[in-house]
Design a protein around this ligand. Sequence first.
Ligand code: C5P
Length: 301
Amino acid sequence: MSISVSARDGATISRLAPVKINLALHVTGQRANGYHELEMIVAFGDFGDHISVTPALHDDFTVSGYYAPFIPLNNDNLVLKARDLLRAQNPSRCLPVHIHLEKKLPIAAGIGGGSTDAAAALTALNELWQLNLPYETLLELGLQLGADVPMCLHSQQNGAPLLVRGIGEDLSPLVEFPALHILLINDGTALATPTIFKALHKRDNPSLIAPDAFQSIDEVCAYLHKTRNDLFKPAETLAPQLQSHLHELTASGADFVQMSGSGATCFAIFSTRENMLQAKQQIRQAHPDWFVVTTQTYGSH
Ligand code: C5P
């Protein structure tokens, strides 16, 4: 399934900022600047935040959505950093703009958040301002904003799952990978990514087994059972309840469960949509105050 994240309504350009799910995350080293060498399998779903950009008399930034009260509205926001970085490339073309962010993804949750918003903003503004910056240039700018922004920029072009290496800049689309039925849960715990990386005990962990072509969800799950999320242990020291969340997902009938990114969002893959919806209902009933969302990830076709 190809991704469709862009829409134009008059002068407004809107884009989905898709949820990012780290299906596997191996930490294999650390660079002199402190950043970690990673090997990850990443998928993007049809759920996420929404960014819209409209020409305006003055720059403006507004937010809505359940998680809007939790994000900074000043220049610490990655969306505004993205706007300013892009504007610096060609100040005379980049006229005032109203950016609206509908925040549906929890904050500091390991599923993209600010990075996917920044990628959607870069792409939407490149189009609105008719800068025509090539994808490669956007990738370079994105990396200046954060290590996860390049992979999220890829999701703006083509949602195919990725093998990601380096600190997050080395992207290889997976050529044969099915769409997945995924349930995401978060109990409201915010985990700061730098804190989780700092709490790692071991940084030179074994590499991923190179991903093959996957014909079915079963084959993906069989592969993922041989992978890890090396950030789970440090996340668990700060949020010990994570292990029981994974058990709860397994008990709900999942074929594979894991934490995404630096947490604390956990996810479950189901072999069928019906099983996923049943589990969602069960977990929502048990935990009415949790973030409990289903998504279909984009496959390679
Ligand atoms: O690049 P970004 O600001 O999104 O990264 C947040 C933090 O996560 C970094 O400050 C760093 O502590 C950690 N990180 C890392 N290695 C990576 C990516 C992120 O150590 N490859």
